[in-house]
Structures are given as C-alpha cells and as structure tokens.
Design a protein around this ligand. Structure first.
Ligand SMILES: [Zn+2]
Length: 223
C-alpha cells in the first residue's frame, strides 16, 4: 500500500467485514484511490483491538503498559502487523478476483507471520477441540499480530469465497463477507457506501431529467 497515515477514532461502523481479519484489512480505507492508513501508532492498534471485542481487556492493558515502556519496539510490532495486513489484503483480493495462482509474495508473508505465531502459541483444548492460543506472555508486543495470523489461517481455510467481496463504493475498497440472507450485498455498509451510491444514482437521474440538484456524497466510509 502506498498512501498516507491518518489519525482516526475507530467506531463500530468500521467493523463491517464480517471477520476480525477482514476488519484488520479494512483499517486502510480508499484502497484503489488514495489509500489512507488509520493505524497511526501502536496505541491506535490497541484501540481498534479493544473495539473488536476479540481480546481480553487485561491483555490489552498489559500491551499498553509494554508499549509505554518500549515505544520503539511497539512501532516495530505495528510495522509487522501492517505487513501482515497488506499481505492478507493482496491474498484475499486475488482470491476474490479468482487470480490464479495466488500471489506468491503475499502467501510467503502470511506464512512467515503464521509460523512465528505458531512458534509462540500454546496448544490448548476447548472441550475436545484443540486450538492454538497466542498470549501476551509468550508473544509480547506481537501478541495481536500472532493472534491475527492464527485467525487468518482459520479464515483462509474456510473462506466463503462466493460471499467474500470488495465494496463497490467509490473510494472505499473495503472487503466484506456477505452474511445477508439473500447474499446480494454490494456495499460494505448501507449506511455509508450504499446510501452514497443511491444518492449518486438519484443525482444522475435528476441531471438526466434536468430537475433538481439531488445528492452526491462520495465520502469514504468512516471519514
Ligand atoms: Zn464501502
């Protein structure tokens, strides 16, 4: 991704990907236009992680403390998460567009993150089901990166490809898994890109008919 890094206060409407890994990919908006990276620091990554509800508050508090005492190492950890995010984006986009074979560089990067995650993770059991569990004690500042890499592997193994899409909204580029009953969702969110597209259609229709100014709101989601 080449683009700008911009501060952003994450809100629930930024988590519309249908999976935490896709929501991570969507911490960059306006892909394909002028990408904006909302992760402007490790504390911001922690804010995003808290909003997802996926991580224990005590773990996030421990990470916040670690990052406070070692800010340079925290920024390096964020850089690794950005790298994982971009590799996942490239891989998922290729799968969605049915590009074959999958881009080797992205696959290698995801593999490397996953291997490091597995090396730090513990094998635990939830009932009779085995699972790999990353933790702050073993992963330190890379805990989020490791957990997301493990989650990415689970997602890729069971990706509902026919329902995984790129939003059609202008200046959006977010990915999402369509969990709607009909399976015909075209936008990351009706509240942002969906309404924007409807507004544009309305505007164009009015212009064609020569009546009224209509609406034209093509803001990127969450901006
Ligand atoms: Zn969108």
């Amino acid at each position: 991704m080449t683009g700008t890094i911009q501060p952003h206060t994450f809100r629930l409407r930024d988590l519309v990907g249908g999976h935490i890994v896709i929501d991570l990919v969507n911490t960059v908006t306006a892909r394909g236009a002028e990408p904006i990276d909302w992760l402007d620091g490790y504390p911001r990554l922690l804010e995003w992680a808290a909003l997802t509800g996926h991580f224990a508050p005590a773990d996030l508090t421990a990470l916040r403390r670690l990052a406070g005492s070692e800010p340079d190492r925290a920024e390096l950890a964020l850089g690794r998460t950005r790298e994982l995010r971009e590799a996942l984006h490239d891989l998922l986009a290729a799968l969605i567009h049915q590009d074959a074979p999958a881009p080797a560089e992205a696959v290698d990067r995801v593999e490397n993150h996953w291997k490091r995650a597995v090396a730090s993770a513990r094998l635990t059991f939830r009932g009779a089901t085995p699972q790999l569990q990353a933790g702050v004690e073993t992963s330190g500042l890379d805990y989020l990166d490791h957990e997301l890499a493990l989650q990415a592997f689970d997602l890729l193994r069971a990706l509902p490809l026919e329902r995984t899409r790129v939003c059609l909204g202008q200046r959006c580029g977010w990915l999402f898994i369509d969990g709607s009953r009909g399976g015909r969702r075209r936008w990351c969110s009706m509240a942002t890109c969906g309404n924007s597209a409807k507004g544009r259609t309305h505007y164009q229709r009015n212009r064609a008919g020569g009546t009224g100014p209509g609406l034209d709101n093509d803001e990127a989601p969450g901006l």
